[in-house]
Write a new protein. Sequence first.
Length: 213
Amino acid sequence: MRSGVTQRKKASHLGWALVTIIWFCAVGTGLAFLYTYETRPSSYESSVSTWPAQTSINRDEGKYHLIMFLHPKCPCSRASLSEMKRILTRACGKATVDILFVQPETANDAWTRSALWRQAAAIPSVRVTTDHQGIEAANFGATASGHVVMYAADGNLVFSGGITQSRGHEGANDGRHAIISVLTRSQVQKTRNGPVLTPTYGCFFKDVKDDNR
């Protein structure tokens, strides 16, 4: 009798041990997936090397020109806008800044003017506009939300990429450092390898749909 009770206790303890192991494995797998998702770039590419002739954006030829492209519903891009605000605080008046929101053909302005739009509009001295059907994003080679390009006064590309360290995370990052470094110098000093490139973390523009997300 006592032997049977002991065996049942052992079996119960073994069962709980297995459940605990499975739980830890599941949590570990989930955390690993989340980390991979947050740190995997959406894109890592150079935009066009000179100011595109086909763009309708008016370039201020006497200044650097920063352009940020955003998905209106991308939660990761809140951090990108916060970083942009930090950059402009450090380099106030050094650049003309446009923030463009990609709007699909089926969407209206109410859909595009999301919380992100309001966050962007609250940043002093920026122009916030709609990029209908992503035409301008395509002109500049941007494929994901949060992508930033910066051109010098001569129209040459000096920066292309993201300004966050991972998806939705604020903090020190190579993109912010590179842009501030250029804007606070008296002259443009391009690297031997051309413009500075950093990864972009955000939703792809090809996935922008009027789905009320």
